[in-house]
Design a protein. Structure first.
Lengths: 283, 306
């Protein structure tokens, strides 16, 4: 293990470490504490410049009430779910198939197709912006959730394919050979043998895609204009313009926007980290 | 073997060709989708960069005019220069992430929760991070205002100053990026071969020497990945700029990704052709890194197959 485990060190070092650890955590989380503290304050504290002192009032619930009733926040949150969940399902479904095809069949263009998926996954969004916006207009889906979902599904398929292909490739080949010997069709092999084995990969991709899409801001501004379809990231930005110095509301809104991915992360942390590293450490 | 061979066990055309055709059936939906929304638009964008187009009226072919205009555009150079600053300073996320990972790679009470809390910023939307830091930087109400007073910069607005705005945004951007690198390195440290470390220790390797010669080489996958995602993150920086300064003051914190957006969908009229030219420049820069990444994957594939 590197570095040397702390319990093998002199007792003084152990104490220093144990004191230093929480201190470093607190410093690291200052921005988070900042918004947590501010979300319980009232306008009085804000205008008085009382940012770090004890809040003079506890107004978290009143702030939440304000945010949810006086702004389209509920709508924004719902929209985010409506964009995020179908994208997650769509991209994972497509990439299970593409990943299987690229991991398990030998054909001439296999590697080229694989590399096209990877390359596409890394391109700057701006090179796609105008044609994608145009296309979405032409098929009548500009300013709709469906339009946004369709693009997200397509784009995320790149990353998901990279991940799935590597995962399926690491599965033992004998399973498939044996099934083929028994006369199983290729679809049956995919459905009955491969798919059940990819469950951990599917879980990892689901958490990652959820987080990526929930936090997307760029495409939400390019493909959506009105409140009716706007997800929470873009919604928060537009509220920021109205609130100006109402930091207590801004903080409360930010917390609302951050909660779903944070919950997802804490529930599925193992899968999340596996997703971030496995798809790539193999590369 | 041929047609007259109609024995009891008939093999249909499908059965014979199943293995050849199946991959294409599995690939088709994903590949078609990806082609329409990702691959084709790249070429369409490059094409549009040779036109003058406001998105509504017919486009006019102008050849290299947009690129020639770029060469004379002061704001383009500012953006390009800022992208370079992003590339350099964003890289700090890699060593800082590594340092933190080494610091946290211990087994003490509550360490799992502590690690999770360190990952935290990565999960939160950049919009939220951008908003938090913008507020932190506020000259009078902001969180760092007292510290600025302390060093005699009372009322100094980091994001409104042309020299400091970009650094302010990069600093905010580092917050989630460090968390990202930390995750990569902690996993890397976990996968390290303990025998090699012990062997190194037996040979008397200690401290920095052990780290540099034995640990770091084993972390090369994590390092490679951390560098790739950080470079891509630096060049893709859009959200933070859009939230924190919108390129201001006077375009001094602009980056290519935001400048392109601004030009293409500007409130003074859409300049799709000019925007596409900027996007093409950004794409070309990014392509170096993408090709480098693919080259490495290709090398690994070949090693796997041999």
């Amino acid at each position: 293990m590197f570095p040397t485990p702390i319990h093998q060190r002199p007792i003084v070092n152990q104490y220093i470490y144990k004191v230093f650890l929480p201190i470093s955590l607190i410093i690291w989380l200052i921005p988070i504490f900042g918004i947590l503290m501010t979300s319980i304050r009232g306008l009085g504290d804000i205008t008085a410049g009382n940012m770090w002192g004890t809040p003079s009032e506890f107004l978290l619930f009143s702030n939440l009430h304000d945010v949810f009733t006086n702004t389209p926040m509920v709508k924004y949150t719902l929209n985010s779910f409506k964009v995020t969940i179908p994208t997650m399902l769509g991209a994972v479904a497509l990439s299970c198939m593409t990943g299987f095809a690229l991991a398990r069949y030998k054909f001439k263009t296999n590697l080229i197709i694989f590399f096209i998926f990877i390359a596409g996954n890394f391109v700057p969004f701006q090179i796609l912006m105008i044609p994608v916006r145009d296309l979405t207009f032409k098929i009548g889906l500009y300013n709709t959730i469906t339009g946004l979902v369709l693009f997200h599904v397509a784009f995320q398929t790149g990353f998901c394919t990279l991940f799935m292909r590597n995962f399926i490739k690491a599965l033992p080949q004998e399973l498939i050979e044996a099934a083929r010997m028994d006369g199983a069709s290729e679809f049956k092999i995919f459905w009955k043998i491969i798919l059940p084995l990819t469950r951990p990969a599917i879980a990892a991709l689901c958490v990652l895609i959820f987080t990526f899409i929930w936090n997307d801001y760029f495409w939400a501004t390019v493909l959506i204009q009105g409140d009716h379809a706007m997800p929470i990231t873009a919604g928060l930005k537009s509220l920021n313009g109205q609130w100006i110095t109402a930091y207590h509301l801004l903080s409360t809104g930010s917390i609302v926007a951050a909660i779903p991915p944070v919950i997802m992360f804490f529930l599925m942390q193992k899968h999340f980290i596996a997703g971030l590293t496995l798809g790539a450490t193999k590369g | 073997m041929e047609l007259n061979n109609s024995k009891p066990k008939r093999i249909t055309w499908w059965q014979k060709n199943q293995i050849k055709i199946s991959p294409w059936i599995f690939l088709a939906p994903g590949l078609i989708f990806f082609f329409i929304y990702v691959i084709a638009p790249i070429f369409v964008s490059i094409g549009i960069s040779f036109y003058q187009w406001d998105g509504l009226s017919p486009s006019i072919y102008v050849g290299l005019q947009n690129y020639i205009e770029l060469l004379d555009d002061e704001y383009f150079y500012i953006s390009l220069w800022n992208n370079l600053k992003w590339l350099i300073f964003f890289m700090l996320a890699v060593p800082i992430g590594l340092g933190l990972a080494i610091f946290l790679n211990q087994i003490v009470f509550g360490i799992r929760l502590i690690k999770s809390l360190f990952f935290f910023p990565f999960v939160i939307s950049q919009v939220v991070i951008g908003l938090i830091f913008t507020w932190f930087y506020q000259p009078n109400y902001g969180v760092i205002a007292p510290f600025l007073d302390l060093i005699g910069l009372e009322g100094f607005s980091i994001l409104a100053n042309e020299n400091s705005a970009t650094y302010g945004i990069i600093f905010a951007g580092l917050y989630p990026q460090i968390a990202y690198c930390l995750i990569l390195y902690l996993t890397g440290l976990n996968n390290i071969n303990p025998e090699q470390i012990e062997a190194g220790r037996m040979d008397g390797a200690k401290g920095f020497h052990l780290f540099w010669n034995i640990v770091l080489p084993q972390l090369r996958h994590a390092t490679f990945l951390a560098i790739v995602v950080t470079v891509i993150g630096a060049l893709r920086s859009f959200d933070m700029v859009a939230i924190m300064t919108q390129g201001g003051p006077y375009g001094y914190s602009n980056v290519l990704a935001y400048y392109m957006f601004e030009q293409a969908l500007s409130e003074y009229g859409y300049r799709m052709g000019y925007g596409s030219a900027i996007a093409t420049v950004l794409f070309t820069i990014m392509m170096f890194y993408i090709l480098f990444f693919i080259y490495r994957m290709y090398r690994n594939e070949r090693e796997d197959n041999n």
